[in-house]
Write a protein that binds this ligand. Structure first.
Ligand code: IVH
Length: 666
């Protein structure tokens, strides 16, 4: 391949990875491989300047702009950091910097947090704006979402902070939250987040800040800019920031030379595994502000800082077979079965192979020695093949064209990487999966369990979810492992499920992309299943949080005759097929409410509607006429203070739910 073609091919490939990473939040290669390719392109471009292209992936820092948020231009551009995987280059950086300055330097060593960066503007000690990095020049105004992050101060306590300043840091999703979130998404067969970084940036872009609040994001700050900051060192500034109430990592350290820097790297390469949040390297910054000024910036990054990135841990092991699992929605998930191998302290026997494209690009053969990596991901993945040790070439791994469970021809939708089995009504794992979803706690909450579903399906007692409502005790007790008591429990819990409100029934139906939240929105907007049957794509799009993909899926579902028959059977069984109207509308009669802050279970709009439905009034400011202040997270201190002074009752979300008698049903 000639040089020009090589450059073009690399650009095309990197554009694609950039899109996967920033737009889809679903990267398909490791950061390490991405960085290597980017570096290779940078080298080629500097060697062959005649092929310069202003739109090359090397010319931008990446973009995460989405259209729904207001765009804000950064007062100071948000740059990225030069990075390296080699300790030798770290030494070179230190030597080069000292040589340039002609004097010794102090280096601040910090952890490189693996989340999404944020710029916080404070005026008069109050948080006025929070903006994502975007393309470095302008980003999305995500202030409302950021206000839900409790480690970010909304109002600084009295102190010597300047009138106006910008504090920058990283928004993170702690491992524990990430694991729980993915567990829930797996149960709903929603796509999993690949790592906490994608989960954090995806969360910051949610349109509903009360959803953001539920995700319990965290944040560390590592940079302060503004006029009138008197500290002469970066370290001093961060200590000030900590004093002002910002969360600054405890892992900060001043190093005086290469050896101390290496000690820091070696220590944290191990110790970082005990941290509650993800880190992917360390950042080295020249401590003195005046030295920083002399060093200045390149177009993309400061010359006074560098990031050293940790290699993702990888292991090499044998690929024994590949299984293709079929999920509730018919989605086919390829899983590699491996010789057991130790990786980051756990034994790995299975790894994800994602989709057909990835399998093809790896050119996998059974018996191959494969590299398994656990980067920022929980599920290990295969990142490459060691072709040098291939002795015998085993069978090539091919993505099947037919469903391994029922034999139907698989389909692949445009714009989607996954293959699906379309045989929704007769493919066993799909039927069982749909029943399991239907009975799950957050859906109909029927007490049967996975094994129970399997048994009843095998005995041809259950063919679909509607069969649950014709179960008879005598049919159950005839089965092995079913006593009279468990049979009765099941029948009772089926009976009880008839009281489950309409939004959960809608969620239980298992319409693709209709998770719990979407089901709530749809139920609220459409009120009944009959309305949903009639409503068309365009009208669905008008509902809050319903995008094209969801609208299409809902329309398709309700156009399928088999689904409509199922709905009718469920309706005759007595399930709730419309939203219950609030009965009295009198519970809050003549009471005046002020809502402040964010809430775990309702958006502010929902709360306002509930107040009105129950005969109450909403007001925006606290006065002597206010009866209740409904206080959420991160509420402004002035309202709280005023309510205190006027002796107004302050209540939380739960108190409010009790007042209107709408506690959680489960
Ligand atoms: S300093 C002008 N310090 O890494 C330099 N960045 O490409 C400003 N990051 O976008 C960045 N931990 O999101 C700095 N301790 C740390 C960091 C850090 C993580 C992220 C940040 C930045 C990216 C660098």
């Amino acid at each position: 391949m000639d040089i020009r073609n090589e450059i073009e091919a690399l650009r095309t490939e990197l554009h694609r990875h950039n899109y996967n990473y920033y737009v889809l939040s679903q990267p398909t290669i490791s950061d390490y491989d991405f960085d290597q390719k980017m570096r290779h392109l940078q080298e080629l471009e500097s060697r062959y300047p005649e092929y310069y292209d202003p739109n090359s992936p090397t010319q931008r820092v990446g973009s995460d702009i989405s259209k729904e948020f207001k765009q804000v231009k950064h007062r100071y551009p948000m740059l990225s950091l030069g990075n390296t995987y080699s300790k030798e280059e770290v030494s070179e950086f230190i030597e080069r910097t000292k040589r340039f300055l002609g004097e010794d330097i102090e280096i601040v060593c910090e952890l490189k947090f693996d989340g999404t960066s944020i710029s916080l503007t404070y005026e008069g000690g109050r948080l006025v704006r929070a903006v994502t990095r975007g393309d470095g020049v302008q980003g999305d105004d995500v202030t409302d979402n950021v206000k839900t992050i409790r480690s970010i101060p909304l109002q600084l306590p009295k102190g010597d902070w300047p009138e106006e300043m910008e504090v920058r840091g990283e928004v993170l999703m702690p491992w524990s939250v990430f694991e729980q979130l993915n567990k829930e998404r797996a149960e709903q067969e929603e796509p999993l987040f690949a790592n906490p970084r994608n989960a954090a940036s995806g969360t910051l872009k949610l349109q509903n800040s009360s959803e953001v609040a539920k995700r319990h994001l965290d944040s560390y700050q590592y940079f302060v800019i503004g006029d009138g900051l008197e500290e002469e060192t970066h370290y001093g500034l961060l200590m000030k920031a900590r004093e002002w109430g910002f969360k600054v990592s405890e892992a900060l350290k001043i190093a005086h030379g290469v050896d101390e820097v290496f000690d820091y790297i070696n220590y944290w390469d191990i110790e970082r595994k005990n941290l509650p949040v993800a880190t992917d390297g360390i950042v080295l910054k020249v401590n003195s502000k005046s030295q920083q000024e002399r060093l200045g910036y390149t177009a993309k990054s400061p010359r006074w800082a560098i990031a050293y990135k940790f290699q993702a841990e990888r292991a090499c092991t044998r690929l024994n077979s590949v299984s293709f699992q079929v999920g509730r929605t018919g989605k086919i998930t390829p899983v590699a079965n491996l010789d057991a191998v130790q990786l980051s302290g756990t034994v790995v026997k299975r790894a994800s192979l994602h989709n057909a494209d990835i399998i093809k690009s790896l050119d996998l053969h059974i018996g191959d020695m494969v590299y398994v990596e656990k980067g920022g991901e929980i599920i290990p993945k295969i990142v490459g093949v060691d072709t040098s040790v291939r002795v015998l070439l085993g069978d090539v791994v091919r993505f099947p064209s037919r469903c391994p469970e029922c034999g139907a021809t698989l389909v692949r939708n445009e714009d989607e990487a996954a293959h699906y089995c379309p045989n929704e009504t007769a493919c066993p794992p799909q039927i069982k999966g749909k029943i399991e979803h239907f009975v799950s706690r957050k859906a109909m909450n029927i007490n049967i369990g996975e094994e129970g579903v399997d048994l009843l399906y095998q005995h041809e007692i259950l063919h679909d979810v509607a069969d649950l409502y014709t179960l008879r005790e005598e049919d159950l007790i005839r089965l092995e492992r079913w006593g009279a008591k468990s049979a009765r429990n099941l029948i009772e819990s089926v009976e009880e499920s008839k009281k489950v409100p309409f939004d959960r029934v809608l969620f239980a139906l298992g319409i693709r992309y209709v998770g719990e939240t979407v089901a709530k929105k749809l139920a609220g907007a459409m009120q009944s299943i009959d309305r949903l049957k009639e409503v068309r794509y365009e009208e669905l799009l008008l509902v809050e949080e319903i995008g094209e993909k969801i609208a299409q899926s809902v329309e398709n579902w309700f156009q399928d005759e088999a689904n409509l028959r199922l709905v009718e059977r469920l309706r005759s069984a007595g399930l709730q097929m419309e939203k219950q109207q609030t009965e009295t509308g009198e519970k809050l009669k003549n009471l005046s409410f002020v809502i402040s802050g964010t809430f775990d279970r309702h958006s502010r709009e929902e709360l306002k509607a509930l107040i009105e439905q129950n005969g109450g009034k909403n007001s925006t400011s606290v006065s002597s006429k206010t009866d209740y202040l409904l206080a959420g997270h991160n509420m402004g201190p002035s309202k709280l203070e005023k309510a205190g002074q006027l002796g107004i009752k302050i209540i939380g979300e739960e108190d409010f739910e009790q007042m209107i008698g709408s506690g959680q049903a489960d």
